[in-house]
Design a binder for this molecule. Structure first.
Ligand SMILES: CC(C)(COP(=O)(O)OP(=O)(O)OC[C@H]1O[C@@H](n2cnc3c(N)ncnc32)[C@H](O)[C@@H]1O)[C@@H](O)C(=O)NCCC(=O)NCCS
Ligand SMILES: Nc1ncnc2c1ncn2[C@@H]1O[C@H](COP(=O)(O)OP(=O)(O)OP(=O)(O)O)[C@@H](O)[C@H]1O
Length: 197
Protein backbone atom coordinates (compact mmCIF):
# COMPACT_ATOMS: atom_id res chain seq x y z
CA UNK A 1 0.00 0.00 0.00
CA UNK A 2 1.29 3.46 -0.93
CA UNK A 3 0.80 6.02 1.82
CA UNK A 4 0.78 9.61 0.64
CA UNK A 5 0.63 12.53 3.06
CA UNK A 6 -1.03 15.70 1.81
CA UNK A 7 -0.16 18.85 3.71
CA UNK A 8 -0.25 22.63 3.40
CA UNK A 9 -1.67 25.59 5.24
CA UNK A 10 -5.25 26.43 6.08
CA UNK A 11 -7.46 26.75 2.99
CA UNK A 12 -4.84 25.48 0.54
CA UNK A 13 -7.38 23.07 -0.97
CA UNK A 14 -6.29 19.83 0.70
CA UNK A 15 -9.86 18.61 1.20
CA UNK A 16 -10.80 19.35 -2.41
CA UNK A 17 -7.71 17.45 -3.59
CA UNK A 18 -8.59 14.50 -1.35
CA UNK A 19 -12.07 14.36 -2.86
CA UNK A 20 -10.58 14.32 -6.36
CA UNK A 21 -8.11 11.53 -5.52
CA UNK A 22 -10.92 9.50 -4.00
CA UNK A 23 -13.31 10.04 -6.96
CA UNK A 24 -10.76 9.64 -9.76
CA UNK A 25 -8.41 6.99 -8.32
CA UNK A 26 -10.47 5.31 -5.58
CA UNK A 27 -7.90 6.36 -2.97
CA UNK A 28 -8.83 5.72 0.64
CA UNK A 29 -8.62 9.06 2.41
CA UNK A 30 -8.16 10.05 6.03
CA UNK A 31 -8.29 13.59 7.45
CA UNK A 32 -6.39 14.14 10.69
CA UNK A 33 -8.74 17.03 11.58
CA UNK A 34 -11.64 14.53 11.46
CA UNK A 35 -9.76 11.96 13.53
CA UNK A 36 -9.00 14.69 16.09
CA UNK A 37 -12.64 15.76 16.14
CA UNK A 38 -13.79 12.21 17.01
CA UNK A 39 -11.14 11.84 19.70
CA UNK A 40 -12.28 15.12 21.31
CA UNK A 41 -15.93 14.09 21.78
CA UNK A 42 -17.45 14.23 25.26
CA UNK A 43 -16.53 11.14 27.29
CA UNK A 44 -13.09 10.59 25.75
CA UNK A 45 -9.68 10.90 27.46
CA UNK A 46 -8.79 13.85 25.19
CA UNK A 47 -11.98 15.67 26.07
CA UNK A 48 -11.29 15.20 29.78
CA UNK A 49 -7.69 16.39 29.45
CA UNK A 50 -8.72 19.46 27.42
CA UNK A 51 -11.43 20.44 29.93
CA UNK A 52 -8.95 19.96 32.77
CA UNK A 53 -6.36 22.18 31.14
CA UNK A 54 -8.58 24.91 29.66
CA UNK A 55 -11.33 24.87 32.30
CA UNK A 56 -15.11 24.40 32.10
CA UNK A 57 -15.53 27.66 30.13
CA UNK A 58 -14.23 25.83 27.08
CA UNK A 59 -17.36 23.61 27.01
CA UNK A 60 -20.76 24.44 25.54
CA UNK A 61 -24.14 23.86 27.21
CA UNK A 62 -24.08 20.18 26.16
CA UNK A 63 -20.60 19.64 27.55
CA UNK A 64 -18.98 19.36 24.11
CA UNK A 65 -15.95 21.49 23.20
CA UNK A 66 -16.76 25.03 22.15
CA UNK A 67 -14.51 24.91 19.09
CA UNK A 68 -14.82 28.58 18.30
CA UNK A 69 -13.66 29.54 21.80
CA UNK A 70 -10.82 27.04 21.73
CA UNK A 71 -9.76 28.31 18.29
CA UNK A 72 -9.67 31.88 19.61
CA UNK A 73 -7.31 30.78 22.39
CA UNK A 74 -4.97 28.47 20.56
CA UNK A 75 -4.49 30.49 17.38
CA UNK A 76 -3.40 33.56 19.37
CA UNK A 77 -1.37 31.92 22.14
CA UNK A 78 1.57 29.72 21.26
CA UNK A 79 1.83 28.15 24.73
CA UNK A 80 -1.82 27.16 24.81
CA UNK A 81 -1.53 25.78 21.27
CA UNK A 82 1.40 23.65 22.36
CA UNK A 83 -0.61 22.43 25.36
CA UNK A 84 -3.55 21.39 23.14
CA UNK A 85 -1.22 19.78 20.61
CA UNK A 86 0.42 17.77 23.39
CA UNK A 87 -2.94 16.38 24.43
CA UNK A 88 -4.38 15.69 20.98
CA UNK A 89 -1.53 14.88 18.60
CA UNK A 90 -0.17 11.66 20.15
CA UNK A 91 -3.71 10.26 20.27
CA UNK A 92 -4.32 11.24 16.63
CA UNK A 93 -1.09 9.57 15.51
CA UNK A 94 -1.94 6.37 17.37
CA UNK A 95 -5.41 6.31 15.77
CA UNK A 96 -3.95 6.99 12.31
CA UNK A 97 -1.56 4.06 12.76
CA UNK A 98 -4.53 1.81 13.64
CA UNK A 99 -6.48 3.00 10.57
CA UNK A 100 -3.46 2.30 8.35
CA UNK A 101 -3.06 -1.23 9.76
CA UNK A 102 -6.72 -1.89 9.01
CA UNK A 103 -6.35 -0.62 5.44
CA UNK A 104 -3.25 -2.79 4.94
CA UNK A 105 -5.27 -5.86 5.93
CA UNK A 106 -7.93 -4.81 3.39
CA UNK A 107 -5.24 -4.61 0.66
CA UNK A 108 -5.95 -0.95 -0.08
CA UNK A 109 -3.52 0.21 -2.76
CA UNK A 110 -3.53 3.99 -2.26
CA UNK A 111 -4.01 5.61 1.15
CA UNK A 112 -3.99 9.39 1.51
CA UNK A 113 -3.53 11.08 4.86
CA UNK A 114 -4.31 14.79 5.04
CA UNK A 115 -3.19 17.20 7.75
CA UNK A 116 -1.80 20.72 8.07
CA UNK A 117 0.68 19.40 10.62
CA UNK A 118 2.32 16.39 8.92
CA UNK A 119 5.76 17.99 9.02
CA UNK A 120 5.49 19.35 12.59
CA UNK A 121 4.40 15.90 13.82
CA UNK A 122 6.91 13.85 11.81
CA UNK A 123 4.52 11.87 9.68
CA UNK A 124 7.41 11.20 7.28
CA UNK A 125 7.91 8.16 9.56
CA UNK A 126 4.57 6.83 8.31
CA UNK A 127 4.20 8.21 4.77
CA UNK A 128 6.02 7.04 1.62
CA UNK A 129 5.83 10.57 0.23
CA UNK A 130 4.58 13.92 1.45
CA UNK A 131 2.96 16.31 -1.04
CA UNK A 132 2.69 20.03 -0.29
CA UNK A 133 -0.34 21.97 -1.51
CA UNK A 134 0.68 25.55 -2.11
CA UNK A 135 -1.60 28.56 -2.62
CA UNK A 136 -0.56 32.20 -2.34
CA UNK A 137 -1.65 33.60 1.03
CA UNK A 138 -3.82 36.34 -0.50
CA UNK A 139 -5.73 33.78 -2.60
CA UNK A 140 -6.43 31.29 0.18
CA UNK A 141 -7.43 34.16 2.44
CA UNK A 142 -9.99 35.26 -0.15
CA UNK A 143 -11.28 31.67 -0.56
CA UNK A 144 -11.65 31.16 3.20
CA UNK A 145 -13.44 34.46 3.78
CA UNK A 146 -15.80 33.79 0.88
CA UNK A 147 -16.47 30.07 1.30
CA UNK A 148 -16.02 29.44 5.00
CA UNK A 149 -17.05 32.78 6.45
CA UNK A 150 -13.79 33.22 8.38
CA UNK A 151 -12.87 36.82 9.11
CA UNK A 152 -9.53 38.15 7.85
CA UNK A 153 -8.03 38.27 11.34
CA UNK A 154 -8.83 34.61 12.00
CA UNK A 155 -7.18 33.57 8.73
CA UNK A 156 -4.07 35.62 9.61
CA UNK A 157 -3.90 34.06 13.10
CA UNK A 158 -4.15 30.51 11.73
CA UNK A 159 -1.61 31.20 8.97
CA UNK A 160 0.80 32.63 11.59
CA UNK A 161 0.41 29.49 13.70
CA UNK A 162 1.40 27.17 10.84
CA UNK A 163 4.74 26.50 9.15
CA UNK A 164 6.01 28.96 6.54
CA UNK A 165 6.20 28.00 2.87
CA UNK A 166 10.01 27.54 2.98
CA UNK A 167 9.77 24.86 5.68
CA UNK A 168 7.02 23.02 3.79
CA UNK A 169 9.12 23.15 0.61
CA UNK A 170 12.23 21.87 2.39
CA UNK A 171 10.43 18.91 3.92
CA UNK A 172 8.01 17.77 1.24
CA UNK A 173 8.71 15.47 -1.71
CA UNK A 174 6.44 17.17 -4.26
CA UNK A 175 4.56 20.43 -4.63
CA UNK A 176 1.06 21.01 -6.01
CA UNK A 177 0.30 24.61 -6.95
CA UNK A 178 -3.43 25.11 -6.33
CA UNK A 179 -3.42 28.89 -6.82
CA UNK A 180 -5.14 28.64 -10.21
CA UNK A 181 -8.33 26.96 -11.38
CA UNK A 182 -8.88 23.43 -10.08
CA UNK A 183 -8.63 21.94 -13.61
CA UNK A 184 -4.94 22.91 -13.57
CA UNK A 185 -4.52 21.23 -10.19
CA UNK A 186 -6.09 18.03 -11.54
CA UNK A 187 -3.48 17.91 -14.34
CA UNK A 188 -0.67 18.11 -11.75
CA UNK A 189 -2.32 15.41 -9.63
CA UNK A 190 -2.83 13.07 -12.59
CA UNK A 191 0.86 13.35 -13.44
CA UNK A 192 1.90 12.72 -9.83
CA UNK A 193 -0.30 9.64 -9.49
CA UNK A 194 1.03 8.29 -12.84
CA UNK A 195 4.57 8.53 -11.44
CA UNK A 196 3.76 6.82 -8.16
CA UNK A 197 4.29 3.23 -9.17
C1 LIG B 1 -8.91 24.54 17.80
C2 LIG B 1 -9.99 23.71 17.16
C3 LIG B 1 -10.98 23.21 18.23
C4 LIG B 1 -10.75 24.63 16.17
O1 LIG B 1 -11.73 23.89 15.52
P1 LIG B 1 -12.46 24.41 14.19
O2 LIG B 1 -13.52 23.40 13.87
O3 LIG B 1 -12.90 25.82 14.40
O4 LIG B 1 -11.35 24.48 13.07
P2 LIG B 1 -10.64 23.30 12.23
O5 LIG B 1 -10.40 22.11 13.10
O6 LIG B 1 -11.41 23.12 10.98
O7 LIG B 1 -9.22 23.96 11.93
C5 LIG B 1 -9.07 25.14 11.16
C6 LIG B 1 -7.70 25.14 10.51
O8 LIG B 1 -6.67 25.18 11.50
C7 LIG B 1 -5.77 24.10 11.34
N1 LIG B 1 -5.34 23.65 12.68
C8 LIG B 1 -6.06 22.95 13.58
N2 LIG B 1 -5.36 22.76 14.71
C9 LIG B 1 -4.17 23.35 14.51
C10 LIG B 1 -3.00 23.49 15.31
N3 LIG B 1 -2.96 22.94 16.52
N4 LIG B 1 -1.95 24.17 14.79
C11 LIG B 1 -1.99 24.72 13.56
N5 LIG B 1 -3.08 24.62 12.75
C12 LIG B 1 -4.13 23.94 13.22
C13 LIG B 1 -6.59 23.02 10.62
O9 LIG B 1 -5.77 22.14 9.92
C14 LIG B 1 -7.41 23.88 9.69
O10 LIG B 1 -6.64 24.27 8.59
C15 LIG B 1 -9.41 22.48 16.39
O11 LIG B 1 -8.72 22.93 15.26
C16 LIG B 1 -8.50 21.62 17.25
O12 LIG B 1 -8.96 20.93 18.12
N6 LIG B 1 -7.19 21.65 16.95
C17 LIG B 1 -6.26 20.81 17.67
C18 LIG B 1 -6.15 19.48 17.00
C19 LIG B 1 -5.25 19.55 15.81
O13 LIG B 1 -4.10 19.97 15.95
N7 LIG B 1 -5.75 19.17 14.63
C20 LIG B 1 -4.96 19.22 13.44
C21 LIG B 1 -4.41 17.97 12.96
S1 LIG B 1 -4.15 16.68 14.10
N1 LIG C 1 -8.32 25.75 -7.32
C1 LIG C 1 -9.31 26.29 -6.61
N2 LIG C 1 -10.01 27.34 -7.11
C2 LIG C 1 -10.99 27.95 -6.38
N3 LIG C 1 -11.37 27.55 -5.15
C3 LIG C 1 -10.71 26.51 -4.61
C4 LIG C 1 -9.67 25.82 -5.31
N4 LIG C 1 -9.20 24.81 -4.48
C5 LIG C 1 -9.93 24.88 -3.35
N5 LIG C 1 -10.83 25.89 -3.41
C6 LIG C 1 -11.79 26.31 -2.36
O1 LIG C 1 -11.03 26.90 -1.30
C7 LIG C 1 -11.62 26.60 -0.05
C8 LIG C 1 -10.59 25.90 0.85
O2 LIG C 1 -10.32 24.61 0.32
P1 LIG C 1 -10.26 23.31 1.25
O3 LIG C 1 -11.37 23.31 2.25
O4 LIG C 1 -10.12 22.13 0.36
O5 LIG C 1 -8.88 23.65 2.01
P2 LIG C 1 -8.12 22.82 3.11
O6 LIG C 1 -6.69 22.90 2.78
O7 LIG C 1 -8.71 21.46 3.25
O8 LIG C 1 -8.43 23.67 4.43
P3 LIG C 1 -8.19 23.25 5.96
O9 LIG C 1 -6.74 23.35 6.20
O10 LIG C 1 -8.93 24.27 6.74
O11 LIG C 1 -8.74 21.88 6.16
C9 LIG C 1 -12.83 25.72 -0.33
O12 LIG C 1 -13.97 26.52 -0.36
C10 LIG C 1 -12.53 25.14 -1.72
O13 LIG C 1 -13.71 24.83 -2.42
Amino acid sequence: MKIIGITGGVGAGKTQILEYLNDRYGATVCQADEVARKLQKKGTDCHRAIAEHFGGEILDSKGELNREKLAQIIFTDEKERAALNEIVHPAVKEEVRKIIKKEERRHTSLFILEAALLIDDHYEQICDEIWYVYVEDAIRKKRLIYARGYDAEKVDDIIASQLPKEVFLRNCDRVIDNSGIFEETKIQLDEMVRNLW
